[in-house]
Design a protein around this ligand. Structure first.
Ligand code: ATP
Length: 376
């Protein structure tokens, strides 16, 4: 049971005479037993952050602190941390029993019998109790992943670090393992940092998520906070699938002007944007209304480019002038390609960002009472 703190953690690499700031002064505190997902696009510094926590990569500056004690200068094996890798890193010449028990053998003086008893217990809890005598090459991807997890769990560490542990599994198994892994972590209560580039994994697994871009922490919050109240345009576009739609407009007090439409905003919204001439409108696909009739507030004319029926919902790609938007509409609603439609962006669901900095100026009023933890 442990609290993990990253204090102004920084990593610079020098490559080809150029300095790369891979991790840019990240401050982050994980509560005891928390499952925190570190998410962001490829190259944003997720793995480097994890490797610094594990001690596999020296820090350029800053501190890794577990329960108030700095571990920054400790060797990896001296930190009470277990890591699960994307490629499982199992020993091919060892059976499941030996792979899971290997760490215990190296770090404790437990006898063979006690070691085997614990291995069996962990293997059974992971549903691989029948596979103790099998070698990795005889196991499926999902089974190998469970062995890798078993090897981490059996050490009963203060902190788990997981680097894209599900990415080698097929889509169905990944969804299943996602649920299992989250339940397992809940049961064990071990503080966990989980790295992924997959926003669905982040949303479904994290107690909180921390979003990185170019080595900088963009926002830390619960999945729903980050979804409804993104701190900036980057987070708004990264979290949610299909992605939020963006339209650049100019602002003139209570009116937003696009080449093809005007949008009048309420006095409340106008107050949020009164210092900004250029703003970006953001609207999530599920918040776009495709409406009939002339009496629509702030109508936006569009034509249907493509319809992707998914059953309960359809994703409709729309042209607003040159720009493509995506709307998610109830599966029963049908559209023809090329059909002219009228869209409405309900103001309560509208997001507005400063067009130059990307900073959020107004978010969806849904969950407006939720506490925000914005690190921008
Ligand atoms: P991915 O999801 O693709 O693994 P990531 O978010 O984990 O990406 P990192 O692997 O942490 O990103 O890399 C962050 C940045 O640091 C990238 O620009 C990468 O090219 C750079 N980098 C990582 N390791 C090194 C290294 N050993 N030498 C030089 N640059 C490095």
């Amino acid at each position: 049971m442990s609290q993990l703190e990253l204090r102004t953690l920084r990593k610079e690499f020098t490559g080809g005479g150029e300095d790369i700031v891979a991790v840019d002064d990240v401050d982050l505190t994980l509560n005891d037993g928390e499952f925190l997902v570190l998410v962001g696009p490829s190259g944003c510094g997720k793995s480097t952050t994890l490797r610094m926590i594990a001690g596999l990569e020296p820090v350029t500056a800053g501190d890794v602190v577990i329960d108030g004690e700095s571990v920054t200068d400790l060797e990896p094996r001296e930190r009470d941390i277990a890591m699960v890798f994307q490629n499982y890193a199992l020993y091919p010449h060892m059976t499941t029993r030996e792979n899971i028990g290997f760490g215990l053998k190296m770090t404790t003086d437990l006898g063979t019998e006690e070691r085997n008893r614990r291995v069996k217990e962990v293997a059974e809890s992971l549903g691989i109790g029948e596979l103790l005598d099998d070698y990795p090459k005889e196991l499926s991807g999902g089974q190998q992943q469970r062995v890798a997890l078993g090897r981490a769990i059996i050490r009963d560490p203060e902190v788990f670090l997981m680097d894209e542990p599900l990415s080698n599994l097929d889509a169905k198994l990944r969804t299943q393992m996602r649920t299992e892994l989250k339940a397992l972590q809940d049961d064990l209560g071990v503080t966990t940092v989980y790295v992924t580039h997959d926003q669905t994994e982040a949303m479904t697994m994290g107690d909180r998520i921390a979003i990185l871009n170019h080595g900088e922490l963009q926002q830390v919050g619960t999945p729903l906070e980050c979804y409804h109240r993104p701190a900036n345009r980057f987070v708004a576009g990264f979290i949610g699938a299909p992605s939020m739609n963006f339209l650049d407009v100019t602002s003139d007090g209570d009116r937003l002007t696009h080449r093809l439409f005007d949008y009048e905003v309420s006095a409340d919204t106008a107050r949020n944007i009164d210092e900004y001439d250029r703003v970006t409108m953001g609207i999530r696909p599920e918040d776009i209304r495709v409406v009939d009739g002339p009496d629509v507030q702030n109508p936006i004319e569009a034509d249907v480019h493509l319809v992707e029926p998914l059953g309960d919902v359809s994703h409709v790609t729309l042209n607003v002038g040159e720009q493509r938007l995506t709307a998610a509409v109830p599966g029963g609603q049908t559209f023809e390609r090329g059909e002219e439609v009228t869209l409405q962006f309900p103001e309560e669901h509208l997001h507005l960002f400063d067009a130059s900095s990307g900073q959020a100026l107004k978010n969806s009023s849904q969950s407006a009472d939720e506490e925000l933890a914005i690190h921008a």
